[in-house]
Design a protein around this ligand. Structure first.
Ligand SMILES: [Zn+2]
Ligand SMILES: [Zn+2]
Length: 217
């Protein structure tokens, strides 16, 4: 029952009680007697109904110590315990699922991504662990990912869109091309007739303004 329905019913109930007690056979009620009290009570009962608790929407992700425990488990389960000790931490800033730095032996798990896809935390951890053995997402990575049940690509979500690192413009029509990566030999798709056309070679208008500290996952 919605709050407005409940409110309407209680109001109706208040009137009803009052009318019952105002039955012609009964003596008219004195003010602030039982009759009026019931009516007043019914009308104000809403103020005493505790507000309906919102279901807790906050996603609880595994703690960092749980991530360390998982790391050890996967290390023994899938890598014969051969991976070195790593640092694991959540990143609140990163929009990607995870990142890996071999030099620092550091795995970062993206909090924003996993608040959307909490069921993927273990998968991301496995993915990043694979980077100890495979720096890129090449064939060897994919084969190993299939072996241990890790995905290669993270999901996309509108709220995870990053601002472009580079913005290119066509010198012909002025169309803008926001990109995450640098373009080398690219010309405007609208103006170029067949393939690359140097007259419409895209020019960098905003170089690396949005560069952040997070490398690719
Ligand atoms: Zn153009
Ligand atoms: Zn990766």
């Amino acid at each position: 029952m919605s709050l407005s329905t409940l409110r309407a019913r209680l109001k109706a109930l208040a009137v009803l009680n009052y009318d019952l007690f105002r039955h012609p056979d009964m003596a008219p009620p004195a003010p602030a007697t039982l009759y009026t009290r019931i009516a007043v009570d019914a009308a104000t009962v809403l103020d005493r109904v505790p507000p309906v608790a919102e279901p807790d929407q906050r996603v609880v992700l595994p703690s960092e110590s749980e991530l360390y425990r998982l790391y050890d488990e996967y290390n023994w389960l899938y890598f014969g315990g051969k991976l070195p000790a790593a640092r694991i931490e959540y990143s609140t800033r990163m929009t990607s699922a995870g990142s890996f730095s071999k030099g620092e032996k550091l795995i970062r798990i993206g909090r924003r991504y996993h608040e959307l896809f909490p069921e993927e935390v273990a998968d991301t951890l496995k993915h990043e662990m694979l980077h100890f053995l495979h720096p890129t997402h090449g064939a060897a990575f994919k084969k190993d990912a299939a072996r241990i049940g890790a995905t290669v690509r993270a999901k996309a979500h509108p709220s995870l869109c990053r601002p472009p690192r580079y913005v290119y413009a066509c010198p012909g029509c002025g169309k803008l091309y926001p990109r995450q990566k640098r373009l080398r030999m690219a010309s405007c798709g609208e103006c170029s007739r067949s393939g690359f056309d140097r007259r419409f070679k895209l020019r960098l208008v905003r170089p690396g303004v949005f560069k952040d500290a997070n490398g690719p996952a």
